[in-house]
Design a protein. Structure first.
Length: 270
């Protein structure tokens, strides 16, 4: 089994780690675009061209599924990608978890990039899945860039700024950018309030991983042995590369590079 995931940068780590947890035996192709990032502030034509180029490079590795592990790319390019690759190659997008966050009927905040915040796409999701629920859209300028650089001070400052714009009665927060999932616990801590229950963060990586397996007719098998060697393939703007150093600042990146567990004994030897 081979699963390809794509994003402009290391935001794909969360979904990749979620796939690894469900199917340790799956080979992973991580396709990013350091030459063309960031995608969010660019025009639609530029973004679509870059996304398609990264997708073509990933598809050339002959995966069983292609995960668009980026909210922005999903918004602008998912229909084009599906028209190009399906039905031979299933393409799975990433949509902010607004529906489950709003299910309780209590106030919700959606943290997202400035390009996504207030966009027709996000507003449509809110209108469709959170009718009657107070939803606050919180722009997080600089946060995804800080996560990409693994810059602790910049991450802290961006989280603190976003927390200040999040109403104090909000106990459900949607992380509307895949980069943000890498710092979920730091976000939860920043939003903590004395005497109140912890904030519930709604993320997408686990759901995307599960949907990916469903699309290819595979079942979760967390105890499957990991492939060794060659279980991880990294592409940077189409070039074979190593996982960037910044990825190792996050548990998800370290999980992907962890050595497979040694074989257990010779119980079945004859």
């Amino acid at each position: 089994m081979r699963i390809a995931l794509m994003d402009a940068g290391i935001g794909l780590l969360a979904a990749a780690a979620a796939v690894r947890r469900l199917r340790p035996d799956a080979e992973l192709v991580l396709a990013s675009d350091p030459d063309g990032m960031p995608w969010g502030p660019r025009g639609t034509d530029y973004l679509t061209d870059r996304v398609m180029a990264v997708a073509e490079a990933a598809a050339a590795q002959r995966p069983d599924a292609l995960v668009v592990a980026c909210n922005t790319a999903t918004v602008h390019a998912l229909p084009i990608l599906r028209a190009r690759f399906e039905p031979l190659l299933p393409v799975i997008g990433t949509v902010p978890a607004i529906k489950p966050a709003a299910a309780g009927g209590r106030p919700v905040a959606v943290w997202a990039t400035p390009a996504t915040t207030g966009s027709p796409y996000q507003r449509t999701l809110i209108e469709t899945y959170a009718a009657g629920v107070r939803v606050t859209e919180v722009a997080c300028p600089g946060l995804s860039d800080a996560v990409e650089r693994a810059d602790p001070a910049a991450i802290r400052d961006a989280i603190d700024a976003a927390a200040e714009h999040t109403p104090t009665d909000v106990r459900a927060v949607v992380l509307g950018c895949t980069h943000y999932e890498l710092i979920a616990e730091r976000v939860r801590t920043a939003l903590g309030r004395p005497g109140r229950a912890p904030v519930v963060l709604h993320t997408t990586a686990a759901a995307v991983a599960a949907q990916t397996l469903r699309r290819i007719g595979a079942r979760p098998y967390p105890k499957a042995p990991r492939p060794s060697p060659g279980g991880l393939h990294v592409l940077h703007s189409g070039r074979h590369a190593a996982l960037p150093a910044a990825a190792l600042a996050y548990a998800e990146g370290r999980l992907l590079l962890a050595a497979p567990e040694p074989a257990q004994g010779c119980a079945h030897a004859r």
